[in-house]
Design a protein around this ligand. Structure first.
Ligand SMILES: C[S@@+](CC[C@H](N)C(=O)[O-])C[C@H]1O[C@@H](n2cnc3c(N)ncnc32)[C@H](O)[C@@H]1O
Length: 431
């Protein structure tokens, strides 16, 4: 027997976990259950990706989230697309929390009592079992036919506290969901629409494995991989948008969620299919030269394989010389300044400047004097260390530089970087 929750009547009895969503513009409290809060999608992230869905032509029908957790992503999709929803959640208390949250979302948006909400339900059931869920749903509304599913959203649970995990550890498993739902998804122009919310920790090989699971059911279906970042160079989400949810001709997309909820996300699109490789540029080794430009790019953008696509929009340069690709500080060298007039573009660069001096100094607290001397020769008043150093040493070195420079009268901002396997310091004036 599948338990069914109606958002219009679901109450909070027995639900003890709740918290305001810190990313929402106005107060929005979400209920969770069974320690579900860390699993929940932040409202701003959920809304940003649902907004991107509004640019697509989805088939008619319901939004289905077959492992809906606290229902936050489902609520955002329904609000943005103005569609009814079906949420499925194995944990009954979480299913109840989802129903309550869907109602809170419509209250937050002044959309209570709409026809789409009357047709929306959350089912406490196994989200892999399309036949059982469709039958229970049709039964609850005395429908002659099964509901049409316009979009299947899946954000499976993954093992916590582990940097890596296998695809078979996702709950529910992708292949089982595909098998259980493929007969019930509406066919759009490019096949059914699916949005798979995956872990950014998946390796390139695992991403290809996900593609083969997809191809086993929907051979050659259109696909767009989407990397989402909320800043600090971290990929927060990796998703695969399929069929009518994919954008034809766009293999990859990088979505930077802006610091302010009122701004739209910054989207970079393009790239090559994953089968063609991980998309990371090749590293070249050259001796650094005074006068050339150095830029440290957003690490999440580089990880998405779209850095070169983005660089083409901010520079006419024919080629960039990649000195560091992996890690927190991807580094390129180039001849001309980047055109960073747009604030959104500035967010994708950690630092950019021109090399004014090269110095073979082993950077430590007791060698800071030498670096400061050099900085003063170049009229530098502020110097940021962007060199990899042990975390316990870095603050002391930066602190010593700041103290010494604050007593002098340099006027320019600068940063210092290194190339891999080379102790030469590159002193760069910020541009
Ligand atoms: C990462 S959470 C989803 C969070 C959701 N996107 C949100 O915004 O709140 C994954 C959920 O899948 C549920 N789950 C695991 N196996 C399931 C299954 N076979 N059927 C339905 N739900 C399942 C877990 O209980 C968990 O709540």
């Amino acid at each position: 027997m599948v338990e069914i929750f109606n958002p219009a009547t679901a109450g909070t009895e027995g639900l003890t976990e709740f918290a305001p969503d810190s990313t929402a513009a106005r107060k929005l409290i979400f209920y969770h259950a069974s320690e579900g809060k860390p699993l929940a999608t932040p409202w701003q992230v959920a809304l940003a990706r649902s907004k991107l869905l509004t640019e697509l032509q989805l088939p008619d029908g319901y939004i289905l989230d077959c492992a809906c957790g606290s229902g936050i992503q489902l609520g955002a999709h329904m609000a943005m697309l103005q569609r009814p929803g079906i949420g499925v959640e194995l944990d009954t208390k979480r299913a109840q929390a989802s129903a309550v949250n869907l109602q809170s979302i419509v209250q937050h948006r002044n959309e209570v009592g709409t026809e789409r909400m009357e047709r929306t339900r959350i089912l406490a059931a196994d989200g892999r079992d399309g036949a059982v869920i469709c039958a229970a749903f049709a039964d609850a509304f005395s429908l002659d036919t099964f509901p049409k599913i316009a979009l299947l959203h899946l954000d499976p649970a993954r093992p916590r506290n582990s940097r890596t995990h296998g695809l078979e550890e996702m709950a529910p498993r992708l292949d089982e969901v595909f098998k259980g739902w493929s007969p019930y998804l509406s066919d759009g122009v490019n096949g059914p629409a699916l949005l798979l919310d995956l872990s950014p920790r998946l390796t390139h090989e695992q991403r290809l494995e996900v593609e083969s699971l997809v191809d086993e059911v929907w051979k050659g279906i259109a696909r767009t991989w989407v990397w989402t970042s909320r800043g600090r160079g971290r990929v927060d989400r990796l998703a695969l948008w399929l069929g009518d949810a994919a954008t034809q001709g766009i293999a990859r997309r990088f979505v930077r969620i802006p610091p302010s909820i009122t701004d739209d996300a910054h989207v970079v699109s393009g790239g090559r299919h994953l089968q063609a490789g991980d998309g990371l540029p090749a590293v070249t080794r050259h001796p650094p030269r005074r006068g050339e430009r150095v830029s440290i790019l957003d690490a999440a953008l580089v990880e998405s394989g779209l850095a070169e696509d983005w660089l083409r929009t901010v520079s006419k340069e024919a080629a960039f010389s990649w000195r560091v690709v992996a890690g927190r500080r991807p580094q390129i060298h180039h001849a001309h300044p980047l055109r960073l007039g747009q604030p959104m573009d500035r967010m994708l660069v950690q630092a950019t400047g021109r090399i004014v001096a090269l110095a073979r100094i082993e950077l430590q607290v007791d060698t800071v004097d030498q670096l400061v001397e050099l900085a003063l020769e170049h009229d530098i008043g502020k110097l940021t260390v962007r060199v990899s150093m042990p975390p316990e040493v870095q603050p002391s070195v930066q602190g010593a530089i700041d103290r010494q420079l604050s007593r002098r009268h340099g006027r320019r901002d600068a940063f210092v970087v290194q190339q891999p396997d080379d102790e030469m310091l590159l002193l760069c004036i910020v541009e």
